[in-house]
Design a protein around this ligand. Sequence first.
Ligand code: NAP
Length: 309
Amino acid sequence: MENVIIIGTGPAGLTAAIYAGRAQLSPLVITGKDVGGQITLTSDIENYPGFPEGINGFELATRFQQQAERFGARTERAVITGVDFQHQPLTVKTDSGTLQANAVIIATGSSPRRLGVPGEDRLLSRGVSYCATCDGFFFKNKKIAVVGGGDSALDEGLFLTKFGREVVIIHRRDRLRANSLLQRRAHENTKMSFMLETIVTEVIGGQHVEALRVKNVKTEKEETVTFDGVFVFIGHIPNTQAFQGQLDLDDNGYLIVDRHSRTNIPGIFGAGDVHDHVYRQAITASASGAIAAIEAEKYLAELEGKAYT
Ligand code: NAP
């Protein structure tokens, strides 16, 4: 029987683990498939305070984990297969067993949204990618498509100009959603060009991406355009599948929490991108992990009839 189980090891989960550890709760942290979450897919994080020269995402995640373990957090490499939150104690089922706890902090993050077109799955890692930092290196001197019109598409697209000879932003609307600074940088970059009001209908290739079938949404004209790779940045889907029917989720599947990180079930808290589709920064995820752990500590103290100090 655990005091608190933390699900997820991104900045939100591991910061919650640091706080819960320091509160002597000996938290159990379920890692999911990989430790560290999305920051491990980023090479350098330059906006996390305290690292004026920037820090490698994987290294930052490792430091979070070491700091949490120093305060008594325990990590278990397992994947959640189901939960029962309708009864106390709360039950969390994983691929390596069933766990019970008085409190649970959900910090499962979100995953990149896919295009859902023919060829996308088959050519994954053969030219189809969702991570410029991970795969950009393989596209030296290549012609790259980037799908999306938000900050991620432009940010990652600009990063890809370091490698590719040409980066084409393919966006479904006539204007970009990205902030004006990124738009200015993108327009000033001579390697970058734009296909607006255009959607991708198929990823074409044998062993590797060779072309994209694209359609102009205004004229309905379709054409095949040669590309060596396609990077997709069209938003994210929260990792809440395991909690459907158990916790209140919004129309897009994000966990609903109040300003104290509380879900609709007492003892269950949410932190990071699993509920935040607006800010999605390492620092905001960390902050919400801290809030969730402080609230979990309060909840457990009240459960035991102790005064929270
Ligand atoms: P986003 O802002 O939601 O943008 C997603 C983009 O993908 C939009 O342009 C959207 O088109 C397009 N899209 C969505 N579904 C699509 C589909 N099925 N097919 C084709 N296009 C589709 O997501 P994001 O860019 O990942 O950014 C998420 C958050 O992180 C934002 O708050 C952003 O500010 C933040 N962020 C900030 C930075 C930075 O400041 N450097 C970098 C990365 C992310 P529409 O425009 O037509 O809706």
